[in-house]
Design a protein around this ligand. Structure first.
Ligand code: NAP
Ligand code: GDD
Length: 328
């Protein structure tokens, strides 16, 4: 039997890697996309171009996490065996400027989707894209039983989504999984997240196209892994014999400053000559340090991060250098 999966957020970083993974496993993949006046399928169109046969099993549907009717109709039409809820307003700084929209898309959007599945009476496994931002001010290491203390409207919205996922698991016996993922990056990372902002700037500075990189807090510590590896962890969570909560991370903390240093050094430059500071990239409340305790995922799912921050910085710089060459 061909398994059907529905991915919300398929046009994003993780959605595109997950779609590739599921197609490679023989799934029929359905993706929710929102209408945009400009092109927003740059990460997923190459999937069908690279493998037209797999592309025939990839179907896109318009909808929005803030529009419950579209979710109900989609779930009833597709009758998916697995739903991966990756759609979100995922930028922490932006969530301070758009707290209400962030809550609607990230928190209420999740319960809209859970209700769509429940009301359709489907035997369907559900994955919720939870985040280490929910730990916020609680010091590392952070694992499945660490206390939550979100520090942004984004973190608070995701915490609601996490708890409502747990509640639907307990109240309705749904196979509802919460994957608490620490930061994961790639050459497909959005350009306003700090790693990609750095690696793109490094490529442009090395090519003589830019002479400065303006950043905010360099002291923040994050546990950066490689997105391509993390989508395998999401899939494994839904293949496990019971619905649970799992943390994915590398277990290694790296500061923004260190990530900068590694990225600039990779092209033979001294970061201190190019990086300047502007308060506009600081947040009203910051999350100082996120470092995972990923032991449960290793022991139960056999999942382990292979790529850590140093190699990640190098591979992202290489990709951005290469992209500039192709562009020119
Ligand atoms: P991303 O690149 O920002 O992608 C977000 C996706 O959500 C995009 O496809 C976006 O569509 C879609 N989306 C946003 N608002 C929507 C709405 N109202 N209705 C429908 N779709 C909407 O994020 P990501 O890095 O792939 O992360 C995937 C998920 O994991 C997110 O939920 C994020 O919060 C969570 N997460 C990420 C990390 C990480 O480090 N990357 C860590 C923990 C958790 P457009 O393309 O149209 O904008
Ligand atoms: N974006 C950004 N831009 N961040 C900066 C900058 C800058 O110019 N300068 C310093 N930073 C610092 C931020 O203050 C933060 O402490 C750290 O770099 C990482 O910022 P982001 O890359 O924006 O990621 P994030 O950790 O806030 O959120 C990401 O990871 C979460 C998981 O922990 C996002 O992907 C979230 O969606 C995800 O849930």
């Amino acid at each position: 039997m061909t398994k059907r999966a529905l991915i919300t957020g398929i046009t994003g970083q993780d959605g595109s890697y997950l779609a590739e993974l599921l197609l490679s496993k023989g799934y029929e993949v359905h993706g929710l996309v929102r209408r945009s006046s400009s092109f927003n399928r740059g990460r997923i169109d190459p999937i069908s171009e690279a493998d037209p046969e797999a592309g025939k099993r990839l179907h896109l549907h318009y909808g929005d996490m803030t529009d419950g009717v579209s979710l109900v109709n989609l779930v009833r039409t597709i009758e998916p065996h697995e739903v991966y809820n990756l759609a979100a307003q995922s930028h922490v700084k932006v969530s301070f400027e758009m707290p209400e929209y962030t809550a609607s898309a990230d928190a209420i959007g999740t319960v809209r989707l859970l209700e769509a599945i429940r009301s359709a009476n489907l035997e369907c496994r559900f994955y919720q894209a939870s985040t280490s931002e929910m730990f916020g001010a609680t010091p590392p290491p952070q694992g499945e039983s660490t206390a939550f203390y979100p520090r942004s409207p984004y973190g608070a919205a995701k915490l609601y989504a996490h708890w409502v996922t747990v509640n639907y698991r307990e109240a309705y016996d749904m196979f509802a999984v919460s994957g608490i993922l620490f930061n994961h990056e790639s050459p497909r990372r959005g350009e306003t997240f700090v790693t990609r902002k750095i690696t793109m700037a490094v490529a442009r500075i090395a090519a003589g196209l830019q002479d400065e990189l303006v950043l905010g807090n360099l002291d923040a510590v994050r546990d950066w892994g490689y997105a391509k590896e993390y989508v395998e962890g999401m899939w494994r969570m839904l293949q496990h014999d019971a619905p649970e909560t799992f943390v994915l991370g590398t277990g290694v903390g790296t500061s923004v400053r260190e990530f900068c240093q590694t990225s600039f050094e990779h092209v033979g430059l001294d970061w201190q000559k190019y990086v300047t500071h502007d308060d506009r990239y600081e947040r009203p409340t910051e999350v100082d340090a996120l470092i995972a305790d990923p032991s449960k995922s290793r022991d139960v799912l056999g999942w382990e991060a292979k790529t850590h921050a140093t190699d990640l910085a190098r591979l992202m710089v290489d990709a951005d250098v290469e992209a500039l060459v192709t562009e020119r």
